[in-house]
Design a protein around this ligand. Structure first.
Ligand code: PMP
Length: 371
């Protein structure tokens, strides 16, 4: 563990690998011996294009992205994709699964385009009535025939609900997944998806970038109302440079991809991620103070919400004391999302194993003081 790096459990923007920050620091003033920073050069220069292409190639290698998929490096965060998806792909009916805060937002945003007359937005199932602690069985979903696409969120960052298996729709409806908080955490089969998207500020790099991985046959279907900059086809043709991209975020994401390769790729990082998650869930399950109510089959390996004495109120004495002591121990950003209350530890790729070990030790010690 690096002495001067404080364990950081922020949900996003989240901690970045120390080695990546050090490299960026080294290169800040004098990138490639040019006497300039990479953020001070044109995105159209051959030097920058080499950076952009290398980042894409490394991502393709890590995720084994098939050749018939485009990889786009766009702006507007994952949230703008909630609009871009219907604007690009809605013609008849689109199916949405609601399993938490983020898929719910995506669904609500898509409904605006239904009002605009682009098509119908169909909710296949919602777990709101069980407090977003589980996912209903696929046999109960109200799936449309011939949907333009099926949208779900693979990892609900607020509720800590992760869908590990790609839903088997038993037809060829393109599956679109919001992977903002689980991309690159373990191997997935990209060929099962029509499109994957992810805001960068968790497992990819700094904020300011959203990555879209889209199968080529889904390009060119955009509504006439779709702003040019949001058209996947336009961006694919322009190599994500229809306008000035987020060059520094793109560069830094490239450093993260190179770092991930050095760690041994996604299988190696997945092993570590499962180990970290197990440490935390075991600590919670073996305690009478802490609880996590997510169905064990869907417990996220990236975001672990938990409550003390089932108390969600962040201003309560026990929660305040936990946060104060954690802060004193140098365990940062454990406060839960305002929507859910309680605590949340986000344990993305760059969260070191030692940090999680320190956290569980702290949690056990804290519990003893409450016995
Ligand atoms: N989807 C998920 C799963 C998220 O966690 C977030 C951000 N926390 C978003 C979408 C929205 O991302 P952005 O802030 O980049 O728009």
């Amino acid at each position: 563990m690096n002495d001067y790096r404080t364990p950081n459990f922020s949900a996003g923007p989240a901690t970045l690998p120390t080695a990546v920050l050090q490299k960026a620091q080294q290169e800040m003033l004098n990138w490639q011996n040019k006497g300039v920073s990479v953020m001070e050069i044109s995105h159209r220069s051959s030097d920058y294009i080499a950076v952009a292409e290398q980042a894409e190639q490394d991502l393709r290698d890590l995720m084994e992205i098939p050749d018939n998929y485009k990889v786009l490096f766009l702006q507007g965060g994952a949230t703008l994709q909630f609009s871009a998806i219907p604007l690009n792909l809605l013609q008849g009916t689109a199916d949405y699964l609601d399993t938490g805060a983020w898929s719910s937002k995506a669904f609500k945003e898509a409904q605006r385009y239904e009002k605009l007359g682009l098509g119908k937005i169909n909710l296949v199932s919602s777990s709101e009535n069980n407090g977003y602690t589980s996912v209903s069985d696929i046999s109960t979903w109200n799936l449309s025939e011939n949907a333009d696409y099926f949208h779900y969120c693979a990892n609900e960052t607020v509720h800590g609900v992760q869908i590990f298996d790609v839903p088997n729709l038993e037809n060829d409806t393109p599956i679109i997944a919001d992977m903002s908080s689980c991309i690159l955490s373990q191997k997935i089969d990209v060929s099962k998806f029509g499109m994957i998207y992810a805001g960068a500020q968790k497992n990819i790099g700094p904020a300011g970038l959203v990555i879209v991985i889209i199968r080529e046959d889904l390009l060119g279907k955009a509504s006439e109302w779709c702003p040019n900059l949001l058209k996947y086809q336009t961006q694919a043709q322009a190599n994500s440079m229809s306008n000035t991209p987020a060059t520094y975020s793109w560069y830094l994401s490239g450093l993260v991809f190179a770092w991930l390769k050095e760690q041994g790729g996604l299988d190696a990082i997945a092993k570590q991620n499962h180990y970290k998650a197990k440490l935390l869930y075991n600590t919670i399950d073996n305690s009478s103070l802490y609880s996590n109510c997510v169905d064990a089959r869907y417990r996220s390996i990236m975001n672990v919400p938990f409550f003390l004495n089932n108390d969600k109120d962040l201003s309560s004495a026990v929660n305040q004391e936990f946060l104060r002591q954690a802060d004193k121990e140098g365990l940062l950003f454990l406060k839960g999302h305002r929507m859910l209350g309680g605590m949340r530890a986000s344990i993305y790729n760059a969260v070191e194993v030692e940090w999680v070990e320190k956290l569980v030790e702290f949690m056990q010690d804290f519990e003893k003081t409450k016995a």
